[in-house]
Write a protein that binds this ligand. Structure first.
Ligand SMILES: [Zn+2]
Length: 479
């Protein structure tokens, strides 16, 4: 067996009821940045992404559009799979799971059986308020003016039916104990405090099935030996099904060697996902006798025109729109440095344009052009560059999932290099030792850019290795 370290990271699975928007593109790029950094440090990496394809919202949308549901989800799954190429995600380690995959369905049924065997799944009658936008039951304390604060334009449904429930209430103490023992389980801290407070207030059991007669688009609950109880009449609640993807994609339950190779996982997720990822999912794992996730990294929302982007609100920016204006490297730059990683960001086109011109066209682009113009005309050939120079300080920031901070670190290095050029005036002295020193530092910057902006990194390295100035600017100024 190889003793190479393994690293497993995942995004959440977006729900396939709309085109991919820039918020999810941000999450996938963030995960790729960390994954690339781990790969550069010699670890074997597995990056999971995919699509969440069951549930009432998808079922009703497909029906509204007069579509066959499977054909509908196939089309959307294709659009999300296309993000891998579009966003420059490293194809060597990325995996794409669909919750309609047969292996995933089998895994979801198996975790159901394990939770039931632990006594954590039971049947009862209930009436709840349900937000079809979130696909979540809402307690009164979560509502604002009787409406879901995330979907104020959607009516809440009141539902009454006999369903299976998951004994979430039993996990209050185990979760709190787990949080105490894993002081950085959720990052950032203020999100961790939010979920600790939520669990401390007491947990309510949640329903984990839906009547097939009302909503057949889901994974059938597994046979429990009591046909007379009509259990064939339920499908699994979409969250219970979808959360299982994090273990099904790495081979659980039938390929335990593969599962043990990768598990536990680092999960990237949005701020509306804290409860599901950090509490519900961890309780499910505990109930099934499985080890918990390793860490949950929560990002803020990208807002546009004052609200979270959503199709129903019509304030939707696609990653394609940003790439058309600023290129893929422009988009990755915005994600890494201009969008707040942990807080919300108001996306303003003019600000993106300013940042692009100041930091890419002028900043990085100019720096490369100045140094390599001096090098090409004053050095006899390519400079010796150290590929094994110590980058541990930089990697430590990325290993701690601090993408904004890592990007700022690189731009600070660029600032220092700029200042050194001003001070040493190599265009006057033409001193080859000074110029070679600048090239070596530029090469380090290219190496640090590798996880953030891989194409740019490759371009700069090639210029250094060939001792050539760029034929055209790396980033064209835009108006
Ligand atoms: Zn909602």
């Amino acid at each position: 067996m190889s003793d190479q370290k393994t690293f497993y990271i995942t995004t959440t699975l977006p729900y396939v009821n709309a085109e991919p928007h820039i918020g999810f593109a941000m999450e996938l790029i963030q995960a790729d940045v960390v994954a690339r950094a781990k790969k550069l440090q010699g670890e074997e990496v597995f990056l999971n992404t995919g699509t969440d394809e069951h549930g009432a919202k998808i079922y009703s949308r497909a029906l509204e559009e007069g579509r066959d549901v499977q054909e509908y989800v196939d089309e959307y799954a294709g659009k999300f799979r296309d993000l891998i190429g579009l966003l420059g995600i490293d194809s060597e380690y990325v995996h794409f799971v669909r919750t309609t995959d047969p292996h995933h369905k089998m895994a979801a049924q198996e975790i159901w059986k394990r939770c039931k065997a632990s006594g954590d799944i039971y049947k009862k009658n209930y009436a709840v308020k349900y937000c079809i936008g979130c696909e979540l039951e809402k307690t009164d304390s979560e509502l604002v003016d009787g409406r879901c604060p995330i979907h104020p334009n959607k009516e809440l449904e009141v539902r009454e039916e006999e369903n299976y429930f998951f004994k979430f209430s039993r996990f209050q103490e185990p979760l709190l104990k787990f949080y105490r023992e894993n002081a950085d389980f959720v990052k950032p801290d203020f999100r961790f405090n939010e979920i600790i407070k939520f669990v401390e207030r007491g947990l309510e059991d949640f329903s984990v099935s839906r009547l097939k007669s009302k909503m057949p688009w889901g994974i059938p609950i597994p046979e429990d030996g009591d046909r007379s109880s009509g259990d064939e009449g339920h499908v699994m609640y979409v969250w219970f099904d979808a959360l299982t993807n994090y273990i099904s994609i790495v081979g659980w339950p039938d390929d335990m060697a593969r599962f043990e190779k990768w598990w536990p996982v680092i999960q990237f997720a949005g701020k509306d996902q804290v409860r599901q990822q950090a509490a519900m999912w961890q309780a499910m794992l505990m109930s099934a006798g499985l080890p918990t996730s390793k860490q949950i990294i929560i990002h803020g929302f990208l807002n546009f025109a004052g609200q979270k982007m959503s199709k129903s609100l019509g304030n939707f920016i696609t990653p394609q729109e940003v790439i058309e204006r600023f290129g893929l490297e422009g988009l990755r730059y915005f994600v890494c440095r201009e969008f707040n990683q942990f807080e919300d960001t108001e996306v303003i086109w003019e600000k993106l344009l300013e940042a692009y011109n100041a930091n890419l066209a002028n900043g990085l682009g100019n720096l490369v052009s100045r140094i390599m113009t001096l090098a090409e005309s004053n050095l006899g050939g390519p400079v010796e560059t150290a590929e094994h120079e110590d980058m541990s300080e930089y990697f430590a920031i990325l290993n701690n999932f601090e993408i904004n901070k890592a990007s700022n670190y690189v731009w600070e290095k660029m600032g220092l290099l700029d200042r050194e050029i001003q001070e040493k005036k190599p265009w006057e002295s033409k001193d080859p030792v000074v110029i070679a020193g600048l090239v070596v530092k530029l090469y380090s910057i290219a190496r640090m850019l590798n996880p953030l902006m891989p194409e740019t990194s490759v371009k700069i390295k090639a210029l250094v290795k060939n001792n050539k100035k760029p034929e055209r600017p790396l980033f064209l100024r835009k108006d």
